[in-house]
Design a protein. Structure first.
Length: 123
């Protein structure tokens, strides 16, 4: 009975990991396609700062899904070498998240400057 519960838990966890990774992939692909579509509609007439902000948010959200899947994988680590690999992946994804959030802050600041320039031109 205990073996059956353990096996069921493992199967459910693997299913959840696959779902989380799929959600991350779908988020990334959908966001990229929609942002590209809006970029095409701009026809280089307007600033793409807002689109870069949306893309950064999309990537950050997708990374959160992938990170959740990696955290679930730590449950199934059987050797220290596997733990090192999973830990390295988690650290890399967290670092990527920080870089994306930093870029997002820079893009938001640039967007504020662009809005101020537009308002100054109107006056």
């Amino acid at each position: 009975m205990l073996h059956l519960v353990e096996e069921l838990t493992i199967n459910i966890s693997h299913f959840l990991m696959a779902i989380l990774e799929l959600m991350g992939g779908i988020t990334l692909i959908y966001g990229a396609v929609m942002i590209f579509w809006h970029f095409i509609k701009l026809k280089y007439d307007e600033s793409s700062t807002l689109l870069r902000i949306k893309m950064a948010r999309t990537i950050a959200l997708a990374l959160e899904f992938y990170l959740a899947a990696e955290i679930l994988k730590t449950v199934f680590v059987r050797e220290t070498s596997e733990l090192y690999i999973v830990a390295a992946i988690i650290v890399l994804r967290i670092a990527m998240g920080f870089v994306i959030h930093h870029e997002l802050d820079v893009d938001l600041e640039q967007l504020k400057e662009e809005v101020c320039e537009i308002e100054n031109l109107k006056d």
